[in-house]
Each structure stands twice: as structure tokens, then as C-alpha cells.
Design a protein around this ligand. Structure first.
Ligand SMILES: [Fe+2]
Length: 263
């Protein structure tokens, strides 16, 4: 089973500063072509939040129009730049987004690797949280299939990254999250976005990662005085390859541009 994780797409509309700087719709169009051409074809694409830049209906319309060209099933998750209501309205055929529920939490059951998508967003805030209601939901989902290999996906990473500017707008409730996931040995990986770069950490004895953005990246700023820095490091995605209990889960970085050097 092959899962593509794309994240922090940040679709913006023409005429905005974000659009001028990063051309996020242009990047996503190129990603659609890149993913459609992958061989073997991935089973699904998981978009781990910040689908659009301002949570606006116009942005979701552009997102839906571009994703209509994707030939692989895609599952959408909200990030701090998203708006749950506008996201749901733009993708009515994506029933897993739920009607009016407080959170966009769901489980993808149809594959050898079970995927639990956990909504970590707080409307109007950059940071995220796993509140008691979400922890209870997550614990119940993990307990109901305790031997089924599982990947947990969320927008905000459940570990401190060492990048102070981003940890300041990180996830509240990490210790409680660790307590919930620690006993569940069926978890093979916890994947996140939000950081616009690849980072590996651990939480509750599990490996957790963040993936790079599909357009713009965040620079490596480890000094507390450093402000977040947006860079033109190469756009990339993560490719999670599940090869059963023996092969386990391995995660690759897939760059948007990968020109082969002729020998
Ligand atoms: Fe983002």
C-alpha cells in the first residue's frame, strides 16, 4: 500500500501577496501531474491540512477545481488556515468530512494500513490542540482495532520540533496525547504537517514526522530570537510505503522536481 502525504498547500487567490510570492495553485497543478504519473500508482493521497491560505470559499473552489484532475482518491484534513464549514461546503462528495460535527475526525478503513485522521485545529488560532473530546475519540478508535496496523495523521505535530517560533504555535495537550497513543503498539507512524519541512520526533514511544510543503518551506531557525523564515527550499511530499508486517512502513521524500542526470 502506497500513501502520498501532501501538506500545507495554502491555495491563495490571484492578487494576494501569498499568491504572488508562492503561486500555490501553480504548484498544486504540477503536483497533480506528478502524482498521476507515479508508478506504481499510490492507493491514496492524504492532505494533512492548510489546504488553503485564508479559509475562503474562493480558495476552496480553486482547490476543488485543481484536485478534480487528480486520478487518485484524496482525503482532506483541516489545518489552522482552513475553515471547517467552507471546506465541507466545497467538497460535498467527501462524506467523511462530516456534516456539522464539531471536528473533522475520521477513519479510512478500506486498506491494509488503517488511517486515523485527527483534527487538531482551533478556529481562529495558529496553534492546535487535542482536547478531551478528541482524545476520547482517538482512544476509542485505537481500542476498537488494536491489532490492525495504523497510521495516525494530524496537522499539528505532537512533539516539540526545536524550532522555537513554531513550537510557540504548536500542539496543546501533547502529554495527554502521549498517554493515549502509548499503549497502542499497532501504531506504525504518526504523520503531521504545519512545519513545512521534514522533521522526525517521537511521542509515546512512536515515531512521528512532519512533511514538507507542496510549495513554500519554513527555514531551519533554531535560535529563540529567530522569526519564522519562509524559504524556496524544494517543494516535496512524503511517500509512505506499507509492505505488511514483515516489511513494515518506510517513508520516502518525493520532490516535485527530480530531473534525472543522464550518464
Ligand atoms: Fe502551513
Amino acid at each position: 500500500m502506497l500513501i502520498v502525504q501532501i501538506t500545507d498547500i495554502h491555495i491563495s487567490t490571484p492578487g494576494t501577496r501569498a499568491h504572488d510570492l508562492y503561486d500555490t495553485p501553480g504548484h498544486l497543478r504540477r503536483w497533480v501531474a506528478r502524482l498521476n504519473a507515479l508508478s506504481p500508482r499510490p492507493d491514496l493521497v492524504l492532505a494533512t491540512g492548510d489546504l488553503v491560505n485564508e479559509g475562503q470559499p474562493d480558495e476552496y473552489r480553486i482547490l476543488a477545481e485543481i484536485l478534480a484532475g487528480l486520478e487518485i482518491p484524496i482525503y482532506l484534513m483541516p489545518g489552522n488556515h482552513d475553515d471547517r464549514g467552507n471546506l465541507r461546503a466545497a467538497f460535498p462528495e467527501h462524506g467523511y468530512l462530516g456534516g456539522t460535527g464539531a471536528f473533522i475526525n475520521y477513519v479510512i478503513e478500506d486498506h491494509p494500513l488503517r488511517i486515523i485522521a485527527l483534527d487538531t485545529t482551533i478556529p481562529g488560532k495558529v496553534g492546535g490542540e487535542v482536547c478531551q473530546a478528541r482524545l476520547t475519540w482517538l482512544g476509542a478508535r485505537l481500542s476498537e482495532a488494536s491489532v490492525q496496523p495504523t497510521l495516525v495523521a494530524m496537522h499539528h505535530p505532537p512533539f516539540e520540533t526545536g524550532i522555537p517560533a513554531m513550537d510557540a504555535v504548536g500542539l496543546e495537550g501533547k502529554a495527554e496525547f502521549a498517554d493515549v497513543v502509548r499503549p497502542h503498539r499497532q501504531i506504525r507512524r504518526i504523520v503531521a504537517g504545519h512545519l513545512h519541512r521534514t522533521i522526525q520526533g517521537t511521542i509515546g514511544g512512536h515515531t512521528a514526522t512532519t512533511a514538507p510543503g507542496t510549495a513554500h518551506q519554513l527555514g531551519l531557525t533554531l535560535e529563540p530570537r529567530d522569526r519564522p523564515m519562509i524559504t524556496r527550499e524544494p517543494p516535496a511530499a512524503h511517500l509512505h510505503l506499507w509492505r505488511g508486517h514483515k516489511g513494515g512502513l518506510v517513508s520516502h521524500t518525493l520532490h516535485l522536481e527530480a530531473e534525472e542526470i543522464p550518464r
